[in-house]
Design a protein around this ligand. Sequence first.
Ligand code: GAP
Length: 435
Amino acid sequence: MPATDLEQIVNLCKRRGFVYPSAEIYGGFRSSYDYGPLGSLMLRNVKDAWVRAMVQERDDVMLIDAAILGPHAVFEASGHLANFSDPLVDCTVCKKRFREDQLDERDCPQKMKGCTFTEARAFNLMFKTHAGPVEGEGTDVFMRPETAQGMFVNFANVLQTSRRKPPFGIAQVGKSFRNEITPGNFIFRTREFEQMEMEYFVPPAESAKWYEYWCQERMDWYIQYGIPADMLRLRAHESDELSHYSAGTSDIEFKFPWGWGELEGIAQRTDFDLKRHAEFSKQKLDYFDQATNERYVPFVVEPAAGANRTMAAFLLAAYDEDVINDEPRTVLRLHPRLAPYQIAVLPLSKKDTLMPLAKEIYSKLAKRYMCEFDETQAIGRRYRRQDEIGTPFCVTVDFDSLEDGAVTIRERDTTNQERVAISDLENVLRVKIGF
Ligand code: GAP
């Protein structure tokens, strides 16, 4: 049974070192989180799984890593300066500020009597700072609110250096920043987060076809990595929900404990961004097809996902509680590609006689897999810990190993144990882990 309460995951994340509240020793920094030893490994695995599917296993998508800070001109052209805002109202009595579109009644959520609200004002969500030692005109810079603009402003560079022909994609994984009015639900909505975005440039007439294609591909990716199909849905945006650049968007939503929530949006951005950047930069941002002698501005289909939300969804879906030998246990049934560690190497005892062999096995396996070496506590408790952090396989080195040259592999999901010759260990694990 996946987790039904967000607190189950929040507690596990804190207890085991996945996610900590940021700046906790100073009382915390609201809605910011730090990823601990296990969380940083898992978050990296989520991003790697995305890059594997979107770049490595395809021959038509290239990866870039663009700057986080951008000048005024980029966000003027992209429309973010004019349009990337939430409508805010102030309560004239309690002086609190709310998003107008999230007030379902004209009643202050603080429940004070006689609350009235001001007219809505547009509040831009971009973080602004300045570059250089002197503040003033022309020094304003912005933290990017999406990674996407990096792909548009580098369209001509990538086209020229890679000699591609539409359809082709430019992908990026990295931090984005939004001054969210209502951050919350743990790592679901924060002001600093990581995106995994790809701009797929296509001939205009093929845009609808590729939109369908990417909606399906991306749904399949979440299922491949362990989210049950009945916890996912594809929901088309109503016209009043569409971003300023979109002619049609569908969200991939996950059934969070509080209801359906967006993991990813697949948008038809048309030629909006390339045309705007061409107009503002006075550069040519188009494609000349030598076969047809045709020059055109490609249309864009954009699958845009959030790494942190996706990690939360994988954790919630993988969470399970069962009973083994009359003892309750918590287990994260994570895909081996997503689990922080694929293998834990556990010497049965701390005695010096077992350590050299256990360390040797660990060193060999660690060349290929992320492994943990754990010699603390009784073996049963160590198995429980590995179950709770999602490690799919434990390798136990015992005193018989010194005699028979074999170790025990214990599987997380079934708790089955199997004796394997050390000489076969890497091959057996490779088959079991799947890579
Ligand atoms: N380039 C398109 C774009 O940015 P978006 O729907 O605003 O589209 C894409 O963002 C994804 O980024 C979302 O589906 C979500 O997973 C993630 N995301 C957006 N805002 C977020 C926030 N405040 N905290 C965490 N993730 C966020």
